[in-house]
Design a protein around this ligand. Structure first.
Ligand SMILES: Nc1nc2c(c(=O)[nH]1)N[C@H]1C(S)=C(S)[C@@H](COP(=O)(O)OP(=O)(O)OC[C@H]3O[C@@H](n4cnc5c(=O)[nH]c(N)nc54)[C@H](O)[C@@H]3O)O[C@H]1N2
Ligand SMILES: Nc1nc2c(c(=O)[nH]1)N[C@H]1C(S)=C(S)[C@@H](COP(=O)(O)OP(=O)(O)OC[C@H]3O[C@@H](n4cnc5c(=O)[nH]c(N)nc54)[C@H](O)[C@@H]3O)O[C@H]1N2
Ligand SMILES: [Mo]
Length: 765
């Protein structure tokens, strides 16, 4: 028997920093350079003809939805290019002509592969056939699909109870796949459905549900064009949602003002060129942000409190700043908030935010007389201990201004993965939804469990404690996405069986349970043909619109199976015909499945028909000012506490962020053009004065240490670089720094790991 040596759970090595190069940040985002860069990636990975032809069908009616972020397409879209540099990179990454098969895995053991970086692993290309790693082997071997299904079914049957199985979902799956998956987990008898939202916008979902009665945003894309003020808080759209910049540009052209709230001055919010306007190619770049509030990490609550206090003072003069009619009719909690803000001193709050009073006053005067206000946000608000409260504080501002439930105003949590919102809508959730369960009973004929399941944090704990034995992942890279890499690796390695339904190789295929399966599937851009029939899937964008998506490329291999078919076959192997649902039929006939989704999922309606063209919007109570599900039937103005980090001397708050050359754990390249860093990801962005105080020089190699509950976690060998970031704050890239984020520290009520405010110290290596 071959003995397994320790797998490398997270690359910490690479002390060869010889290639690192710094330059001025490229300040022109999304412009001609963006498109040039995009095509460069496409050509390299996919070939010239394939990439040009395919890009033209991305985000177009009849084509496929971009596999990158969830930013919506304009309703009237027929323009040449409705994609961005990073969408093109995502496509090139998925549609790459590089491939790996059983021969590759016969030559490369999991131990050897685990020594490579995530960047190198991804570069190998697409997975092309099902593979199994048996307990006595260090090599993946080919397995037939049928045997793979039977293996999963067998391991599920061996469990003492259904709750020993966990079903994770990443946000790229279609509504159809996610629906099948969620129904199968429930049919098996568990709600253990952690998903990437738990690490992402869960805080938004909780905050929005508590205050407005729906866990989604309220605006439509067109509202953004005509808003008077758009606040972009804790978000880096130039890199992560580049097409959003076109919407902000339209807003500005209509006279709107943009306020950015961010510890960093992110490219894209300043000096933006739009490749979709001919003048964008040659014209002068514009600053998207009219005002930048350089807030210290996690000091958004004090910042909004100062703004509210100052607006309240102005309102006292003539009652014209807050929308009192709206407040009286639609909200509860106004008086309590007005009393509460008396407890806070403006001067103290301002010091805490790190923003100058002058800038805050500018924000106040932009907001005072305007009521068509939109707040957009992403991970800079959600991934803190007080993530839910932070978002609620921004919602307070909108409610006071009556900027909710009317055109050109409202909430805009900018989603990450292209279908993360749809996955949740159709049933991927760890909590119990009684209404959904009743509909499942009625239309699918089985009883769904009514005990809550594990989210990401609890799933990790359960695996670590040995309470879970089978861990299946529909996409994603759980090991590298989750916090506390070492602890998570131990947890995963405790499982009997781990199953990865994937498109590309990543570390979650290398750090596994006793038995591991890789089940390769189609990417969004590929044709999904079954029995001669081309199928389409549906997705829901960040603003609640459901739309068809149909791949156009020949699949990476003839031996790929679609996600719904994989799940159906596992379900079929498990139930052996002994279940009210005909899984195989459901999995292969997406039209039939959509008819059933319409019945089982509230809000879905004639999806087969209505998802054509630009698609249709799901119902949204905020758009109709219906708060009947909330206490008193009203939107809730809330009281939120100040953050209290109590940093000791030489402690810093670390935010773990994305570079311009990655999609989450998929590393496309080693550059971050927009921040001026080339050929290296192991860097720490640090305030120059802080560096001086500590005697650090540019490129000094440092270790980062976090200490929570007496447990020391360390990430080794990072080069420090001076950067325009508030004193006391540092930034570094995710996922290299996940090893520092304690698994048991997360946002109150949403359980989202505190990836944007990790207390750390720095030591010379
Ligand atoms: N190209 C590309 N596109 C992507 C992704 C990708 O990796 N690559 N990921 C997708 C996914 S899943 C998601 S969730 C989104 C993520 O999109 P973002 O949330 O934009 O991604 P992050 O890099 O995490 O950036 C967080 C931003 O918040 C700021 N920030 C950090 N802490 C604070 C704070 O305390 N207060 C404020 N006001 N700001 C703060 C940071 O400076 C940074 O600008 O993007 C999606 N789109
Ligand atoms: N420290 C820190 N940690 C974070 C974050 C952070 O900001 N800081 N962000 C968090 C956030 S917002 C998120 S959303 C999570 C992301 O967590 P995940 O969604 O788990 O991770 P991804 O990197 O998006 O997953 C990439 C893998 O998905 C597979 N894949 C790609 N396309 C498809 C497809 O079409 N079908 C299938 N089946 N598989 C596919 C490929 O094999 C690829 O390697 O990470 C979280 N972790
Ligand atoms: Mo995300």
């Amino acid at each position: 028997m071959i003995k397994r040596i320790d797998r490398n759970v997270s690359i910490t090595g690479n002390t060869d920093f010889s290639k690192i190069r710094l330059d001025k940040p490229v300040r022109i985002a999304a412009g001609a350079l963006g498109v040039k860069e995009a095509l460069k990636h496409g050509f390299k990975e996919m070939g010239v003809v394939r990439s040009l032809g395919t890009l033209l069908q991305m985000n177009q009616v009849g084509g496929f939805e971009c596999p990158s972020c969830a930013w919506p397409d304009p309703e009237k879209s027929s323009k040449f290019a409705e994609y961005c540099e990073n969408g093109a990179k995502a496509l090139a990454d998925e549609a790459t002509t590089s491939k790996i098969d059983a021969n590759f895995f016969a030559k490369n053991s999991v131990e050897e592969l685990s020594q490579l970086t995530d960047f190198e692993l991804n570069k190998f290309g697409r997975l092309t056939e099902p593979l199994v790693l048996m307990p006595d082997s260090i090599y993946y071997q080919p397995i037939t699909w049928q045997k793979a299904y039977e293996l999963v079914a067998q391991e599920l049957s061996n469990l003492n109870e259904p709750d020993e199985a966990i079903f994770y979902t990443s946000g790229r799956s279609s509504n159809e796949a996610a629906f099948m998956y969620g129904m199968f987990a429930r049919a098996l008898g568990t709600n253990n459905m952690p998903d990437c939202s738990n690490m992402c916008h869960e805080s938004s979902g909780v905050a929005l549900s508590e205050t407005l009665g729906i866990g989604k945003g309220s605006i439509k894309l067109e509202d953004l064009y005509k808003a008077e003020v758009v606040i972009v808080a804790g978000q880096n759209p130039g890199t992560n949602h580049p097409r959003m910049l076109s919407a902000l540009e339209k807003c500005k052209a209509n006279g709107g003002k943009i306020i950015s709230i961010n510890p960093l001055e992110e490219s894209g919010l300043v000096n933006f060129k739009n490749p979709q306007h001919i003048e964008g190619w040659i014209g002068k770049p514009i600053d998207i942000a009219d005002l930048h509030l350089r807030v210290r990490i996690n000091q958004d609550i004090p910042l909004i409190k100062v703004i509210i206090k100052k607006l309240a003072a102005l309102d006292q003069l003539d009652n014209s700043v807050f929308d009192h009619e709206f407040i009286n009719q639609y909200t509860s909690g106004y008086d309590a908030l007005m009393n509460d803000i008396e407890n806070f001193k403006i001067d103290k709050l301002i010091v805490q935010t790190g923003v100058s009073e002058k800038s805050i006053d500018n924000a106040v005067s932009l907001l005072a007389k305007k009521s068509n206000i939109v707040v957009c946000w992403a991970m800079g608000l959600t991934q803190h201990k007080n993530g839910v409260e932070t978002i609620r504080e921004f919602i307070n501002l909108l409610l006071l201004k009556g900027a909710i439930g009317k055109p050109n105003a409202g909430t805009c949590p900018v989603r990450g993965h292209s279908n993360v919102q749809g996955d949740r809508s159709v049933g991927i959730m760890h909590f119990v939804n009684q209404d959904l369960n009743a509909r499942i009973k009625k239309h699918l004929g089985f009883t769904a469990p009514d005990k809550p399941g594990f989210d990401v944090v609890n799933a990790i704990k359960a695996m670590h404690d040995g309470r879970a034995k089978v861990f299946m992942c529909l996409g994603g890279n759980f090991l590298m996405a989750a916090s506390d890499t070492k602890y998570t690796a131990e947890a995963i390695q405790n499982c009997r069986l781990t199953v990865q339904v994937s498109t590309k190789l990543n570390r979650s295929h290398l750090v596994t349970g006793k038995i591991a399966l890789i089940l390769p599937t189609y990417g969004r851009s590929e044709k999904d043909i079954k029995e001669g029939k081309e199928r389409f899937i549906t997705v829901e964008n960040s603003m609640g619109r459901v739309r068809q998506s149909k791949g156009v490329l020949k699949p990476a291999s003839n031996n790929l199976i679609s996600e719904p078919d994989i799940i159906a076959s596992i379900a079929n192997a498990y139930f052996k015909g002994n279940h009210p649902v005909d899984w195989l039929k459901l999995g292969s006939d997406y039209d039939l499945m959509r008819d059933i989704i319409d019945k089982v999922v509230k809000g879905f309606d004639q999806t087969n028909k209505k998802s054509k063209g630009v698609g249709y919007y799901l119902p949204n109570n905020v758009r109709n000012l219906d708060f009947s599900m909330l206490p008193d039937g009203k939107a809730q103005i809330t009281l939120n506490k100040l953050p209290n980090h109590q940093l000791k001397k030489d402690e810093y708050l670390l935010m773990t962020i994305r570079s311009h050359d990655q999609f989450n754990t998929t590393i496309y390249g080693l550059d971050d053009r927009y921040r001026g860093v080339y050929n290296e990801r192991r860097v720490i962005f640090m305030n120059e004065e802080d560096m001086k105080e500590r005697g650090f020089k540019k490129f000094d190699v440092l270790n980062i240490t976090s200490l929570y509950d007496k447990i020391k976690r360390q990430a080794f060998n990072f080069k420090v670089i001076p950067y325009a970031i508030p004193k006391g704050d540092i930034a570094s890239y995710y996922p290299e720094t996940n090893i520092l984020v304690p698994y048991n520290h997360f946002a109150d009520r949403s359980y989202t790991p505190i990836s944007k405010s990790v207390k750390v110290t720095l030591q010379k290596a």
